[in-house]
Design a binder for this molecule. Structure first.
Ligand code: PLP
Ligand code: SF4
Length: 377
């Protein structure tokens, strides 16, 4: 057996094992695990420092999961946008292909809680149908392998999928979304890197939610993928009690950049049944973006998005304060220090006096030393 399979098999999956390792009463979680499976890899287990910390909350079942009777299983309506099994085609030029329901860990907040944990990988006949669909749909130039976690596929199955995809001439990009580097770094082997290298341009978006997830072994796994020429992005879910704090989020973004991973998306939590206890207000995410933009490397600022309930797709949000006013003469802008600037529109009357912009009440009151005057370009 490959090393990583042996390590995956050492994960905590039974309530009794969790009782032995973390002192949780197995009776508390038996019914939860019946509905929503648990798996905690050795790497993740070792990162838990204390009961209820940011890593614990992501992987240890909680009674609150059983409390959202009214929420929906599939709020993004992915099942309705699936023209052939396992393929979701929502956007004009790209599709998701779910190649497995298995994951290294079962995140308690998962949007696909309705699916994950079921055994098995995409079957040959299912792959053939997906490939036939893609071959016919010449508008698709980007395919994202998802699940579940595609990196739990054995090498030969992963390679079969990549090879089939590369027989489609109009397909430009292949991507994988994965939580494996952060939770089962042993899976990132030289052999896997050699396979992936053959299918460039190949991108990966890695799921990370907390700076403590970036252990030295995890960073080493990311480095191997980066050395294989894979541009690495990060996807982060904004989670109450885990990372809904500007300081934690800044540390996470810095750790990602150190691991050669560029923050890509910060997601507002979805409305998925069994996950509502993780939701934060929308303002929390906007405040976090404000705390990053301008204050630290722009490379470390992800796009904050809400995946619109009802299947609207990802919609980006920016703090409203940046654009104070926009008309045909000028844009009035506010920077990260709360100072105001004018940008004249092309063709706006030359030499015309631009309107004065007064102190904004919120920062006039803070007395933070800004001069408060409008600056002209
Ligand atoms: C997120 C997502 C994609 C990829 O979106 P990008 O913004 O291009 O990263 C594609 N299809 C579906 C259904 C998605 O949810
Ligand atoms: S790894 Fe991804 S798909 Fe799997 S449980 Fe976690 S969030 Fe869901």
């Amino acid at each position: 057996m490959e090393d990583w399979r042996r390590i995956l098999a050492q994960s905590v999956v039974k309530p009794k094992d969790l009782a032995d390792r973390l002192g949780v009463d197995p009776k508390e979680i038996e019914d939860i695990v019946g509905d929503y499976p648990m798996r905690i890899t050795p790497t993740v287990l070792a990162t838990i420092k204390e009961k209820g910390d940011a890593i614990w909350k992501q992987v240890v079942p909680d009674r609150a999961e059983m409390a959202d009777a009214d929420a929906e299983d599939d709020p993004l309506e992915e099942d309705l946008m699936s023209p052939v099994p396992h393929l979701v085609h929502r956007y004009p030029d790209r599709v998701l292909l779910m190649v497995t329901n298995q994951c290294p860990i079962y995140c308690r907040f998962c949007t696909r809680k309705r699916l994950v944990g079921k055994p098995g990988f995409l079957k040959k006949g299912e792959l053939d149908r997906a490939i036939a669909y893609l071959r016919e749909h010449q508008e698709v130039r980007d395919v994202i392998l998802s699940g579940g976690d595609p990196l739990l596929l054995p090498d030969h199955l992963l390679e079969r999928i990549l090879k089939s995809l590369r027989t489609i001439p109009h397909l430009e990009l292949i991507r994988i979304g994965t939580r494996v580097p952060g939770s089962l770094p042993e899976r990132i082997t030289p052999k896997l890197c050699d396979i992936i290298k053959k299918y460039h341009p190949f991108y990966m978006n890695l799921h990370f939610n907390h700076p403590d997830e970036l252990t030295p072994e995890v960073k080493r796994a990311c480095g191997m993928l980066a050395d294989a020429g894979v541009p690495l992005g990060a996807q982060t879910v904004l989670l109450k009690g885990v990372n809904d704090d500007p300081e934690i989020m800044k540390r996470l973004m810095h750790q990602l950049l150190l691991a050669r991973v560029k923050p890509y998306y910060l997601y507002q939590a979805d409305l998925t049944k069994g996950t509502n206890h993780f939701r934060t207000s929308v303002e929390t995410g906007l405040k976090i973006i404000k705390s990053l933009q301008g204050h630290t490397s722009g490379m470390g600022v992800p796009h904050f998005v809400i995946d619109a309930p009802g299947g609207g797709g990802k919609i980006p949000l920016l703090p409203a304060d940046y654009l104070v006013n926009l008309d045909e003469d000028s844009a009035v802008l506010r920077n990260y220090e709360n100072r105001t600037f004018h940008y004249p529109q092309p063709g706006s009357a030359p030499g015309r006096e631009l309107p004065m912009v007064g102190a904004h009440p919120s920062w006039a009151a803070t007395g933070n030393g800004c001069d408060g005057g409008g600056e002209h370009l």
